[in-house]
Ligand binder design. Sequence first.
Ligand code: ADP
Ligand code: ASP
Ligand code: MG
Length: 421
Amino acid sequence: MKFGGTSMAGTERIRRVANIVRKQAAGGNEVAVVVSAMAGETDRLVNFCREANALYDPAEYDVVVASGEQVTSGLLALTLQSLGAKARSWLGWQLPVRTIEAHAKARIADIDGDELTASMEAGEIAVIPGFQGLSDDGRITTLGRGGSDTSAVAVAAAVGADRCDIYTDVDGVYTTDPRIVAKARKLKAVTYEEMLELASVGAKVLQTRSVGLAMKEGVRVQVLSSFVGDDAVPADELPGTMIVSEEEMNELVEKGLVERQHVTGIAHDKNEAKVILTRVPDKPGAVAHIFEPLAKASINVDMIIQNVGRDKGETDVTFTVPQADLARAQALLEDKRDDIGYNRLITDSKIAKISVVGVGMKSHAGVAATMFQALADRGINIQAITTSEIKVSVMIDEDETELAVRVLHTAYGLDAADEAA
Ligand code: ADP
Ligand code: ASP
Ligand code: MG
């Protein structure tokens, strides 16, 4: 069971979580719980790091930001004990959760589940802080924002759990962010492939890596709310959204339990920025010159557009990078100006990426055309387009994000019926 920040925000809410956990254990299950820091706490800690040193050392940043989860794991263990349950906390370095790669965005390499399993078999509820791990050289690491989801899936895989229930502040995965579209519909099930794509284009309900890991390890994941009823419904009734394989999805559709749509969901992402380089030489190697320094600096480039060269053998190149990396990208490109040979460097952070996702696209034409027409009808200008087998993304002005999401939700027939909304 994993509980997110809103579920852990304060002693009253932690008591509610403890009750949900205790019920699950009382039902004869062995339970491991992964917790997030209290809502807002990680942001607060990140700000302290920035204030202390704008160019902070990521290793020390990890020491600071990992503390939020240490607090909530101890508090949940204490609360469970106060309710008469046996419980103990296991910090990342105690299990340990071994991680590789960079601080602040580490990846879980493995978790030794033996001690954990033994303690659970002995009737103890295991409480594990999410988000944190231990590097090769013995230092505390964190997994990137939203990383507790990945911790939960990794623990589930390590102990061979029957299921990984991700409790959050919404009761499942919706056709789009229910905070933006009131008529968003809850999905009974969504495939790993679609959830992976939705998460990677901005549906923050699950961290992208958690979905990839669940897919690889075959972990059964359910997303559900910890805020249902007085005491949340026991998860055994599967009240949330199940993440399922393609085969399971086909079975659900055949049984008439799930309706297949061409588009499963719509997501938005306001965290990218656009970079334009004008009058780049239109010759072999020019684009390589642009992206090589960015790759070396681990800056992820997403949408890329290069126009067909016009006269004088020159062309414009446009692409997006995470907003957080924009200043670094800009500095690197200015540094390489002579090598690349561009004329002007223009940036814009006021953009958003809107994506529609669905496996139905593989076999159905016209999904992109519907998107372009619906946006055109509302006068929303498209600045760039990218597609994959099950996704179409467009870049638009950030101010038009909410409108675009609503319009597309309606255009694809995803709105909940009025009486249900
Ligand atoms: P937690 O703190 O529990 O990890 P998050 O804030 O990370 O919770 O994720 C839950 C939020 O994800 C919801 O409150 C919702 O606003 C947002 N969200 C975005 N897209 C979706 C979607 N398609 N379905 C459900 N929630 C979504
Ligand atoms: N507390 C961390 C964050 O806010 C990890 C998580 O909650 O998943 O990003
Ligand atoms: Mg989250």
